[in-house]
Design a protein around this ligand. Sequence first.
Ligand SMILES: Nc1ncnc2c1ncn2[C@@H]1O[C@H](COP(=O)(O)OP(=O)(O)OP(=O)(O)O)[C@@H](O)[C@H]1O
Ligand SMILES: [Mg+2]
Length: 320
Amino acid sequence: MTEIILSTENLKKSFVMSKTRKVEAVKGISFDVKRGEVFGFLGPNGAGKSTTISMVTTQLKPTSGNIFIDGKSILESPAMARRKIGVVAQHNNLDRGLTARENLIYHAKYFGIDDKTANKRADEYLEKFGLTDRQNDYVKSYSGGMAQRLKIARAIMHNPEILFLDEPTTGLDPSYRAILWEQMLALNKTGTTIFLTTHYMEEPEQLADRIAIVDQGELKAIGTVDELKALIPSKNIISIKLARLDPKFVDQAKALPEVKNATITNDVLLLYMKENKPDFNRILEWVNKLDSPLQNISLSASSLDDVFVHLTGKGSVKND
Ligand SMILES: Nc1ncnc2c1ncn2[C@@H]1O[C@H](COP(=O)(O)OP(=O)(O)OP(=O)(O)O)[C@@H](O)[C@H]1O
Ligand SMILES: [Mg+2]
C-alpha cells in the first residue's frame, strides 16, 4: 500500500471533433491524491474533469502521460486498478434492463465477491439509499434521483480503495444529498479515498481535505481550502463603524496579535485579519473597550466560490 493512492504525470487527452478540428481537453495535468483523503476536483463546464476521471478509471486511453493507482501504472495493469477503484460516472450507465438488485449483485459477482457477502451488502445499500421497496423493479422504471442513488450503491459494492464521484449530488434532493455525504464520510473513515467533482462549492468547502481547480484542461491550483483562499486577495476584513474615530485606534488595532493590518477608509476602521476564520468575539471585546460607542461591525470572508471565480473567471453553482 502506497501513501499516494493516485498519481497522474503530464496527463493529456485530445479529441478529434471534425476533419479540421482537434480539442485538447486535458493539457498535461500532474497531481497526487493521498490515501485516505477527500479530494475535490473542481472546474467549470468543459474544464476536462470527466475526461480526467475517465482516464484515471481506465475507461479512456490518454493521448500521453501516465497514471498510477497505488504505485502501479494503470496503463500497464488496468485490471488490477479496476479492483481498487469505484466509479460513479456523470451519465447513467446502469443496466436498464435489469432490476436494481440485479445491478448490484452482478457488479459484485464481476469482482469475485461471494453470494452471501454480495446479498448482505445489497440489502444494506438498498436500505441506506431508500431503494428497498423498489429493488425488484427494472431500472428503466426509475426516476433520475433513484438511478443516481443506485449508481452510488453499485460503485461501493466491491469496497473500492478509491471512489470517484463525478457530480454525484446533481439531481439528488436535499435529504439524499445529506445521506450520500453521510455515507461517503463513513466510507472515508474506514480508509476509502474519495475523489469528487461537483459544482456545489459548499460540499468541498466543508468536506474536502484538498481541492484541485481545473480550467480549460489545465490545473490552476491545488491545496487545502485555506491554502486556496490564500491565493486571492484577502477578504477577511472586519469593518467597524464607531461614533468617533481616533487615528490612534489604527495603531492599537495593528498591535492586536490577530490583526495583519488596519486602516481608516470612509470613516470606517478596517481590520485585515491574519486568520481565515478570525475570532470575532475577541475583536468585539477590544472594540468595546475603546472610548467611542460602536455603531456597526461586520465581517466579510472569502469563500471557495470567490477562489473559483478568481481562478476560472466563471461562477459556480450556488446552493440556496
Ligand atoms: N468523447 C468526446 N469526444 C469529443 N470531445 C469530447 C469528448 N468528451 C469530452 N469532450 C470535450 O472535452 C472537453 C472537456 O469535457 P469534459 O466532459 O471532460 O468536461 P467537464 O469538466 O467534465 O465538464 P462538465 O462540468 O460539463 O461535466 C469539452 O470541450 C468536451 O466537448
Ligand atoms: Mg463532467
